[in-house]
Ligand binder design. Sequence first.
Ligand SMILES: *Cc1c(COP(=O)(O)O)cnc(C)c1O
Length: 355
Amino acid sequence: MSTTHTNKIDIIKAPTSKINEVDFENLSFGSVFTDHLMECDYTNGEWQKPVIKPYAPFLLDPSARVFHYGQAIFEGMKAYKDDEDAIWLFRPDENYKRFNSSAVRMAMPEVPEDVFMNGLNQLLQLDEAWIKKGKGNTLYIRPFMIATGKGVIANPSDDYKFMIILSPAKSYYSGEVKVLIAEHFSRAANGGIGAAKAAGNYAAQFYPTSLANKEGFQQVIWTDDATHTKLEEAGTMNVFFRINDTLYTAPTSERILDGITRKSLIEMAKKDGITVEVRPVLVSELVEASKNGTLKEIFGAGTAAVVNPIIGFSYQDVYYELPKIENSYASQLKEELTNIQHKLAEDTFGWTVKV
Ligand SMILES: *Cc1c(COP(=O)(O)O)cnc(C)c1O
């Protein structure tokens, strides 16, 4: 292995690449990882020197706090390669800021911008062969932090590990999605951790989602925990509703994650002349709109799938099917957003950042 020392980061290169073993045409999302990862430890009250090294499992003490008390947060972002082989990120500053607000909420140390951004840029340059050109090809980026301090003592860890791993991805097609509107379970509550990208939020969703899966629904639309009357998120995505020609989505709150795809779609839709109303949307409005034929679309929004159309929903044991429409807002906005991300359309918003 060759090691490069810089003032900022040590780079230990993998002796060989795994890239030739990977079938880039048949990637299942999030299951293949590149040759390297970036790591930075927090010990003695400070961040140590970051290192990029070969992707490999690592050892942790069985009493590490992450296993017992769940101090774990993450981000999800993507890198794209344009026709000139330049690498681009989409609004990475937003991911960085959100990562640190998640850290604060979970009583974890904030990661310095240099560690996050410089580490990410160097890692992407080293593994750039894994970013394929062409629309739909992306490299999914997963920064995360875990509590590594020893001891089954219920207070925050003294030690943490920040890492970035990379996974090549094809455009994400999740099939036809039917959703169940939550009447009992909740994803988040006021005062809780719903606005943080905390691992525990996902663990809490698995059981109610598996019950929905058994009934033939791929996802749950989460409602507010207090009354279950307001529509909040679809699975792990923000959610939009089109009634007549107006697009509705809930305001972000302590219970709703401030998605970067969500806020980008709102700005794009407004620019396209679509009326967007950001306000709480009631389950009763959705049912009413479906009954009177004004409900045209429901779609989820998030980095992994970008835009995910929903074909029907169930509420109080009644299934409501959405009409099949042409020129949907979902497909229009997805096309526009992915064109900006892949540098196939002019980025008038200034969202794309060159690596
Ligand atoms: C990550 C996430 C989203 C989507 O956020 P993006 O920044 O658009 O990827 C939405 N809801 C939840 C619960 C999430 O964890």
